[in-house]
Design a protein around this ligand. Structure first.
Ligand code: FCB
Length: 455
């Protein structure tokens, strides 16, 4: 396995991968669409959260974002012009129903219908994420994901969408990163709806996973030949030192951060190690839930950004671990460690420990403080190199036997990065927010040349 790439731009070629490998980009509705009050869209928990002073670092909201709701044709043209063959997007639940009475909103359905037709017309295979964090506020007002009625509301939403678009979309992702939905939304409170309670977060996590399992069955019933999966944010966990205490901390941390999801999705129930740590804060589980969550999937989506380095920390409830940030690591401008090796470790680990079927890297990317140069170019060499090194890592994981079938770079466009607002740019395309002009960055040009087999 070689990670020492001497000439980065030419160190890796598309022909190193199977000819039917999927090359795409990933996006999500609230982060790009804007048009939050148009065509009958109702508020989501992210509208409410972003409107609450102090929640978003730059005080911004997704009200306009990349104005993708109006510029979607230009954006799909961009993806096509990069030579991509797939496009991962999410549907805003808030555009599909007007409220609790669950009357479908024809305008919302029409928007996604046009969007999907637009992908197909451009040779982009649509990968649809059904839930990327933007719960309708009217459901939050009735208890949100803590209320099991939300599971039924989600299934109703999934039913409408799959009946409407199932003839045109074969690849379905039930949920994006349930860890973030549950834990950032309800444990550390960094994300909407902003609660700070571990038992609440664990209950929400469980309910979201139940909704996933039940949706798998429903999607299969509605869409013949559907390929269904979930996208998890997974982190390789490493010890901060070689002390026995830090090494023992790795397993405790991994038990909640990764195995809490993987074990239960693959039929092993929640890990005993994590259940023992959370004690009475464990979720209430109803008969049939564990079996429902373990509904067989066709693929696993892996969202990979960085490894977590942990230390033994006896005072930290519940895991008795602490994440540390060693100084000697290469980092993006967001502070996230750059570790292509971590992607190899992670892909090998999930394939070794779980019967995942096909693996897709459904998100991977980096945030840097890009600037539009006087020459009109955005020279983001660090992001380009990040991309090259992670593709090389994926190639090495495949050479080692990994069944990885596709890669979706996060993201097509700079966008609203949740609690960070517009302070973080992850795009292969720069957005000049004042004019909404799109400028393909050096990284986007490289990805395009790579995908076209021209580097
Ligand atoms: C992931 C999210 C995605 C984006 C990236 C940077 O956790 O799924 O929406 O914010 O991080």
């Amino acid at each position: 396995m070689t990670m020492i790439l001497t000439d980065l731009p030419t160190a890796i070629k598309r022909s190193d991968f199977a000819s039917d490998f999927l090359w795409g980009v990933s996006t999500s509705a609230y982060q790009i669409e804007g048009a939050v009050a148009e065509d009958g869209r109702v508020p989501s928990i992210w509208d409410t959260f972003a409107d609450t002073p102090g929640k978003i670092r730059d005080g911004s909201t997704g009200a306009v974002a990349c104005d993708h709701y109006h510029r979607w044709e230009e954006d799909l043209d961009l993806a096509q012009s990069m030579g991509l063959n797939s496009y991962r997007f999410s549907i805003a639940w808030t555009r599909i129903f007007n409220g609790v009475d669950a009357t479908p909103n024809p305008k919302g359905l029409e928007f996604y219908s046009k969007l999907v037709d637009g992908m197909l017309a451009r040779g982009l295979q649509p990968w649809c994420t059904l839930y990327h964090w933007d719960l309708p506020q009217y459901l939050e007002d009735q208890g949100g994901w803590n209320n099991r009625a939300t599971i039924d509301a989600y299934l109703q939403y999934v039913d409408v969408i799959t009946k409407h678009l199932g003839g045109r979309i074969k690849h379905w992702i039930t949920h994006n990163e349930p860890w973030c939905t549950a834990m950032h939304g309800n444990w550390d409170g960094m994300h909407a709806p902003g609660n700070k309670s571990l038992p609440l977060a664990l209950q929400i996590c469980h309910n979201v996973l139940v909704s996933h399992g039940r949706a798998v069955q429903l999607i299969r019933a509605n869409v013949p030949g559907a390929k269904v999966g979930i996208a998890l944010s997974l982190h390789p966990v490493k010890a901060a030192s070689d002390s026995a205490a830090d090494i023992a901390a790795v397993s405790r941390h991994d038990a909640l951060r990764n195995r809490w999801f993987l074990d239960v999705l693959y039929g092993r129930g929640y890990p005993a190690e994590a259940l023992a740590l959370v004690g009475n804060d464990a979720p209430k589980i109803e008969a049939g839930d564990i079996e429902a969550i373990a509904a067989p999937c066709d693929f696993l989506g892996v969202n990979y950004y960085f490894p977590e380095i942990v230390q033994d920390a006896p005072d930290e409830y519940p895991l008795r671990t602490k994440i540390v940030y060693p100084q000697d690591r290469q980092r993006t401008d967001f502070g996230w460690e750059v570790s292509p090796e971590g992607l190899i470790t992670l892909l090998e680990r999930v394939a070794r420990d779980y019967p995942t079927g096909d693996l897709y890297v459904t998100e991977n990317g980096s945030s840097y403080d890009d600037h539009l140069g006087a020459d009109g170019a955005v020279t983001d060499t660090a992001r380009r190199d990040y991309l090259i090194r992670h593709l090389a890592a994926m190639r090495d994981a495949i050479a080692a036997g990994g069944k990885i079938k596709g890669y979706f770079a996060w993201s097509l466009l700079d966008n609203f990065e949740w609690a960070e607002g517009y302070l973080r740019r992850f795009g292969l395309t720069y957005i000049d927010y004042a004019t909404q002009r799109r400028i393909v960055k050096q990284s986007g040009e490289w990805y395009s040349a790579f995908v076209r087999g021209k580097n």
